[in-house]
Design a protein around this ligand. Structure first.
Ligand code: MTE
Ligand code: MO
Length: 326
């Protein structure tokens, strides 16, 4: 058994993350300078159009009619979104998932839907890809560690699937169970978290149209390190709620277990709504660094209530003490 104290080092404090990233940005700038590109190299890095080493299958999404589905912020470059990741099944370093997730086999893949539903079943990935029209959603996603990204995800509202399986009156919460296969995931050798990685949402959160089941990003299928072949993206909550490589969706009557709560309940709550007024016990949550922008002239941005999605989701928490239900 691991004690909370032993696990306290997990999400490193932001001051430990930044120097490495600034260093990397600096290195890229210097590489650009070495190539004679000096300052013209910088804008290219921030366009979201950097050349991709491995082109994946195309997965375009149509325009979304969901309010808040497309934020106007500049996109995080693909290269950053696909190389600075948290996916502990492949290691705890930000660079581990991109380096080691090649062993993940995203096909064939099925997602089991069970529990308090009238129509439980097993959904093949190909069936899921056709279940509803694919939409492009440009979301901010903020990690509890204090960095954020703006990514064009491709998928459809989780509500589309929920409607089809017909939850019973006892379905109050949804639990997401992700793949835990030692043969594909070297990080499972570590007891850094209890595997499988599990997450959960309240039923109304799961039904909210902004809650996305994502299959792609930047017009292509998800790279393994970003949670192929199917993941959740819940843009008003800290990034760890956005479970990757989902294999099971369970409808339950009680608030389900989540991996981060289990690991350190004093640091990570069930709700984990982005909230600049509720600090993490070890650091402030008032500001954030945008990945891909933190070069030589790093400037922190203020973190927005519900990550900027307050107009769309604030009502879900009316009357709740968000310090208590953090
Ligand atoms: N299965 C699984 N899902 C996961 C994680 C994980 O370790 N395992 N990390 C979470 C965390 S902490 C974050 S910030 C986001 C990161 O998503 P990204 O790498 O696509 O930016 O994934 C979340 N989903
Ligand atoms: Mo995170």
């Amino acid at each position: 058994m691991h004690h909370l104290k032993d696990r306290g080092f997990l999400h490193p404090v932001p001051s430990e993350i930044t120097p490495k990233h600034v260093f990397e940005a600096r290195r890229r700038l210097l590489q650009g300078a070495a190539a004679g590109a000096a300052f013209t190299a910088l804008p290219a890095l921030s366009q979201g159009s950097a050349p991709r080493p491995n082109k994946l299958a195309a997965l375009p999404g149509g325009k979304s009619a969901v309010a808040g589905a497309v934020v106007m912020d500049k996109l995080t470059p693909y290269a950053d979104a696909a190389s600075y990741n948290n996916f502990y099944e492949f290691g705890t370093d930000k660079s581990d998932p991109a380096r080691y997730a090649g062993t993940l086999k995203p096909r064939p893949w099925t997602v089991a839907v069970e529990g308090e539903v009238k129509k439980p079943g097993s959904f093949d990935l190909d069936a899921l890809l056709k279940l509803a029209p694919m939409e492009e959603r440009i979301y901010r996603l903020r990690c509890v560690e204090g960095w954020s990204m703006v990514v064009p995800w491709v998928g459809w509202s989780l509500a589309e699937l929920i409607k089809r399986v017909e939850p019973t009156g006892n379905a109050k919460f949804v639990q997401f169970v992700t793949l835990a296969d030692k043969a594909q995931m070297p990080g499972l050798r570590s007891s850094v978290l209890d595997w499988p990685y599990v997450e959960g949402l309240r039923m109304d959160e799961a039904m909210h149209p902004l809650t996305l089941l994502a299959f792609g990003m930047y017009g292509e299928v998800l790279p393994n390190q970003n949670g192929a072949p199917v993941r959740l993206v819940v843009p008003w909550k800290y990034g760890f709620k956005s479970a990757k490589s989902i294999v099971k969706i369970r409808f339950v009557d009680k608030q389900p277990k989540t991996s981060w709560e289990e690991a350190a309940s004093s640091e990570y709550g069930f709700y984990s709504n982005v909230n600049p007024k509720v600090d993490h016990p070890r650091w402030s949550q008032a500001s954030e660094r945008r990945i891909g922008e933190d070069g030589l002239f790093a400037k922190k941005r203020p973190t927005l209530m519900f990550n900027g999605y307050e107009p769309q989701v604030g009502q879900l928490y009316a009357g709740m003490d968000l310090k208590k239900f953090y």
